[in-house]
Design a protein around this ligand. Sequence first.
Ligand code: PRP
Ligand code: 7HP
Length: 189
Amino acid sequence: MTRQPDLIADVSEILLTEEEIQAKVRDLGRRISDDYAGRALTLVSVLKGSLPFMADLMRSITIPVQIDLMEVSSYGGTATETSGLVRILKDLSSSIDGRHVLIVEDIIDTGLTLNYLVRYLRGKNPASLRICALLDKPARRLVEIPIDYRGFLIPDQFVVGYGLDYGETYRNLRFVGVLRPEVYTADPD
Ligand code: PRP
Ligand code: 7HP
């Protein structure tokens, strides 16, 4: 029988509370507003995981911004491992030629997704290209990624909540928590 997720019981530990996340997002918003004052800034959210972060961050920014959304999926990996093979499911809606672009990501783990995306977006001739990531999990990094705005450094644990999923579930938690390993090692039957 398929196991039913339990949003609360499946989390062994709250790593970042809603309050900690919101305070950090406000801080990042202030810094970005200062740094990009007077510049044409486009925030590019990498769906789906960055959706709550993007929604909160853009409202913490006090200068005019445009937003755009991309959706990518890695294929050939597993539910807890990315593969580095990235497919674009949704591309930008508007040109970023000559605009300052800030990529908004929920987590950088191996770095393979962003490594691909940075190269792709560089080819679209932005005035500048930087990265804002809420979570940085450096233990598993396979490629170096310069993170211009980092929320939190986290340990090598699989986390869910505030946009992050396991099997498309848990994204709607307001905090970031550690998923019990039994959940992703459980026999599907
Ligand atoms: C997650 C996350 C990052 C990526 C990070 O996306 O949102 O985009 O993995 O992993 P990496 O640094 O090892 O490449 P996922 O492909 O799970 O899609 P999602 O955003 O829809 O959850
Ligand atoms: C991707 C991802 N998604 C959810 N939780 C994590 O810890 C993750 N690392 N990479």
